[in-house]
Every structure is written in structure tokens, then in C-alpha cells.
Write a protein that binds this ligand. Sequence first.
Ligand code: SF4
Length: 363
Amino acid sequence: MRGLYVHLPFCRSKCGYCDFASEAGKEALIPGYLDALASEAARYDALAGSFSTLYVGGGTPSLLTAQQLDRLCGILETVTGPFSALAESTFEANPESLDAQKARLLREAGFSRASLGLQAAQDRLLAALGRPGRYADFARAFAALREAGFDNINTDLMCGLPGQSEADFSDSIKALLELKAEHVSFYALEVHEGTPFHAAGVQEAPDAAAAMYENAAAALKAGGLERYEISNFARPGRRSLHNLNYWEQGEYLGLGAAAASYLDGERRANTPDTEAYLAAAAAGAEIPRQYSERLEGRALRAEKIMLGLRKTAGIVLSDDIFIEFREEISRLLAAGLLEKAGPALRIKESRLYVSNAVFREFV
Ligand code: SF4
């Protein structure tokens, strides 16, 4: 299985916590960026038709106009073939920039899955996060996706936000359960250097986030969504195949500024500098790399364990890998962080929130 990821680094405004590769107010660059994607995609002719999944993310891909989206789909089809023939094709959208016309266009282009960012169902929290949309925008965009025929919608939430109570978070979960979202991902707020939140001295709240996380996991389970990864929940048959490929150490190609790839044993990422990316693509030059590395031997096997343990089903280790990491595994089993489940090794469900303590053993 091989995935294709495409990054669109454009947003309407910059959220206070965001350290993703995205810029606000640069819509004028979008036509040139589509040319650059076409030129980068053409370099991977040899991989055309080899992809099982597609994920268009950002940034805010839904910021593109309908005409630009049409062009984007045409470019990507040269690499993937018809989207409807893929095992899964996801388009990421933000509520305020997704209207009924765009939702229809995406569905007609063959996208099978949409991911719609919510973060919180309370307008005061959305305002504090610096999000451009409000809950009414989300509800309208979600309805537009349903109306267009999307029956596989992911929604994102955040916990541990300043001013967020446990009741706020469980109300957000309730709203998603009422909408019958097929998939929910949630993450604790992290405050990264270089973000407006960091400059303003906003503090992370790991204890509050942990309590919200556990309550939400129980509510989602009761609502019919099963946890299959640390932060991901899905109704039966609706797990993200694209992300499962990452956790199974599968190959993927990333196109666009900041996009990461894992091909032929090499992990690399394009420059996150959109203008440097555009200049290189226009000149037909090599795209500058943010990093490029080749994991081998023990480091590659340790990564396989860490990725596999993100899944609630855990990982089945071959005898030689098990023997190589016997000491680390024994310590984690004795500490009650890992458990055996038939042939698989997995993090205990009650300890998933502290999974970093497990991963540290393998670094
Ligand atoms: S919409 Fe997403 S990518 Fe864009 S600024 Fe906000 S968090 Fe970052």
C-alpha cells in the first residue's frame, strides 16, 4: 500500500496555536502553486497508478476557488488515476471556506472522505483560538458535505484549551455524536515557539487535557466510535486507511511545500518555504529539502514498534525484533504500560494518554 499526500499551505488567517506550514493572505500565489504541483507530480511518472490512498491537506485546501479545485483534481488524477478507484481519498476543509458548490464538486471528482476542522463547539473558544469560523459555519459545512453525498466525515477537536471546561469538551463530543460523524480525532493543545500563543504566554494544561481525553474516549465509545489509535476514533469500516498506512510504516509520497515522503527507505520533506518551493518548481530545479534521512537497522525497527504501538490493536513483532528489544519490552510490561494480546503487543488502553513514556524507551 502506498499513499499520496498533497499539501496546500494557504489559510484565511493564522490560528493562535498553529505551527503548521501555512500562510495567511497569500491567495494570489495559488495559481502558481498549482503549476508547481503539476510540475512536481510529473517528476513521479514512474509511480503513477501505484497509490491506494490520497489525502489533500494543509493549510486550508478548501480556500481554493471551485475553478482552482477543479484544476487541482485534474493534476492529481494524472498521478492517482480516477479518485473513485482508490481505496480512500480525503479532502481536508475548514468550515468557513467550504460551500455547497465546492462540496458537490469534490464529491463528483470522486473524493470518498472529508475532514472538517471544528476544534470546539463553543464560539468563545473558537474566537480565543483565532479560528476564522464559528460553530454555525461548521454545522452548515457539515450539512453541505452530507447533502453532496459524503458518508465518511472526520472532524477534529482540541482539548486542554485556555478557558475550556470538561463540560465544554463533552458538549463538543455530543454535537459530533448528534451529527453522526463517522470519525473523530482529538488532540491536546501544544504551545510551540514562534506561535502567537507562545508570544502571549499561553500555558498548556496537560492534566485538564488528560481528564477531558479519558471522558471523551468513554463518550465516543458509548456513541459507537471505536478508538483505533491514540487520538483517533471511528465507526466500523471508517478508519482512516491513509493514516493507518503511516502507522504501518508504509510508503507515501508528499507533494507541495513542507510535504513529507517515505520512499525506498528514505524519509524526506520538501522545504516549508512556499516561495522557495515555487521558484524551484518553476525553474525545473530540485525541490530544496527540509531534511532527508535513511533510517536503517535498529533505528528503523524501533520506529516500526513506535508507530505500531500507536494503534490500539498494537503490533505483532517478529521473533528477531522481539529479542532485540526484549529489555525495553520487559520493563514496559513490568511497569504496566504494555500488555500482550494474543500474538500482539499493545499499550494498555488506560495508558494510551501517556504513550510518550512508552515511546521514550525505544528512542
Ligand atoms: S486553519 Fe489549520 S493550518 Fe490554517 S492556521 Fe489554522 S490551524 Fe493552522
